[in-house]
Design a protein around this ligand. Structure first.
Ligand code: GDP
Ligand code: MG
Length: 468
């Protein structure tokens, strides 16, 4: 059965993809975004609805076609479940340890009902008892809910102080996509990032001469549109991010060497991107090589549910040679295309929030953190809370080593002024209240020490048993 991306169908019909999403919703077909695909059969149904001239006719068809829609809905939804890892994102976050009572509250159920469910599972528990992870998983299965377990330590670092602020629609502005390059070792990630950096980074001021510092990220430009590339070792940053439930990137570029095909880290990268629910663009690299077999790579991709567009699927693949700089612009254009479909927006007027992508202790400058601003604008002088540490932003530098005062959404900046070195992946937030930032950082540090003590105690007890 053929498939079509909703975005493409909307284009074909010259309609807004939001409108199509509404129609699909009316038909009871679950789709997550206009990047999702629907079967040709469903597409025909949608097209048929538009063939009628006036609105009422459309409604009539909705009525008469409901039965077909019912059937289609079943196939569509069955296919959706292939991407189960993606669905984990909608799961209820459970911070462990958690008691029966707390769990019940979290999922809006009576504690008594949970106790009964537990009894059905052969577990006798009272309301104040802690549930272990295995029991939580079983329980979730039994209740038909999805949960995502977060250990206390992970939670400490990802914690946002205060509620998540919803941005008003009128404050939102388009922002550049944040892109990570992933793939197996030696498939050409570094070469690709270097060639993009070399050829596509806008020269900021003549004196900088286009020489970029290594700050873990840079912005490339194509047709006046910006793309933020993360060039820290992709996997580490990505894994750290995911562990904290935060989303670092918007689009993943999967580099696959055409002479080697899909390898273990390629598969890992695919799983990461799928779990994060972000679109994947495949750069089939090293096509200059005599033994390059791009078609074989495409074949292999289908086995991972990534069906190339020219094979009737919706995965964008670009044949490139990073070494010979072939098709690099095409790849960048595809990134822009996908980012436009994603309608990435941020509110530059709010206090900044972001993520640490790299951090180190510099002999002369003290703790230096590269922060990727995800929303808001970060400014010199503001108070930053970053994981277990905080501090007043003393100075900021861009990828050219230039002093800057402000950093807007999707930009990475080197930040000076934190009291300590945060970890890559730490959530970063500007707080108006410096005292509060200090208190929160102190609390988090105390909590972490507490955990380490607990851990140590456990280990020494185990050692003791071993000796007996
Ligand atoms: P990474 O481990 O994924 O970062 O891979 P690298 O960028 O370090 O590349 C590994 C090797 O492949 C290096 O020797 C590169 O010169 C080479 N390489 C990268 N891209 C290409 C390409 O497009 N064609 C050819 N022939 N070699 C490439
Ligand atoms: Mg490399």
């Amino acid at each position: 059965m053929g498939k079509i991306r909703i975005y493409n169908l909307a284009k074909e019909l010259d309609k807004d993809s939001k409108e199509l999403l509404d129609i699909l919703d009316d038909l009871g077909i679950e789709v997550s975004s206009h990047m999702s695909t629907i079967t040709d059969e469903t597409a025909e149904l949608v097209k048929a609805m538009y063939k009628e001239d006036d609105e009422t006719a459309v409604e009539e068809i909705t009525e008469t076609e409901t039965e077909t829609a019912e059937e289609i809905k079943e196939t569509e939804n069955a296919e959706e479940s292939d991407t189960e890892e993606v669905e984990v994102l909608d799961a209820v976050e459970i911070e462990t340890p958690i008691t029966v009572k707390e769990f019940a509250e979290k999922i809006d159920k009576q504690a008594n009902n949970i106790i009964v469910e537990l009894m059905n599972l052969g577990v006798m528990a009272n309301v104040n008892q802690n549930l272990d992870e295995e029991t939580l998983e079983l329980l979730a299965d039994e209740l038909g809910i999805k949960i995502k377990l977060m250990s206390e330590e992970e939670e400490i670092k990802s914690m946002r102080i205060g509620p998540e602020i919803e941005d008003k629609a009128e404050d939102l502005e388009a922002r550049p996509p944040i892109v990570t390059v992933m793939g197996h070792v030696d498939h050409g990630k570094t070469t690709l990032l270097d060639v993009i950096r070399k050829s596509r980074v806008a020269v900021a001021g003549s004196e900088a001469g286009g020489i970029t510092q290594h700050i873990g990220a840079y912005q490339a430009e194509i047709d006046d549109k910006k793309i933020t590339f993360i060039d820290t070792p992709g996997h580490e940053a990505f894994t750290a991010m995911r562990a904290r439930g935060a989303q670092l990137t918007d689009i993943a570029i999967l580099v696959v060497a055409a002479d080697d095909g899909i390898m273990p880290q390629t598969e890992e990268a695919i799983n990461h991107a799928k779990a994060a629910g972000i679109p994947i663009i495949v750069a089939i690299n090293k096509i200059d090589k005599v033994n390059a077999q791009p078609e074989r790579v495409k074949q292999e991709l289908t086995e991972y549910g990534l069906v190339p567009e020219d094979w009737g699927g919706n995965t964008i693949c670009v044949n490139v040679s990073a070494l010979q700089e072939t098709n690099i612009d095409e790849l960048l254009e595809m990134i822009i295309l996908v980012s436009e479909m994603e309608e990435l927006k941020a509110n530059p007027k709010r206090l900044a929030e972001g993520v640490v992508i790299e951090a180190e202790l510099d002999k002369g400058r003290g703790p230096v953190a590269t922060v990727l601003v995800k929303n808001g604008t970060l400014q010199v002088g503001e108070t930053l809370l970053a994981g277990l540490t905080c501090g007043r932003v003393r100075a900021m530098f861009d990828e050219f080593g230039e002093n800057i005062e402000k950093a807007g959404p999707s930009t990475a900046v080197e930040v000076l002024g934190l009291n300590d070195v945060p970890n890559a992946g730490d959530f970063v937030q500007v707080l108006e209240d410096e005292k509060k930032a200090k208190n929160v950082a102190a609390e988090r540090q105390a909590e972490k020490r507490q955990q380490e003590i607990k851990q140590d105690a456990k280990v020494s007890l185990e050692d003791l048993y071993k000796q007996i």
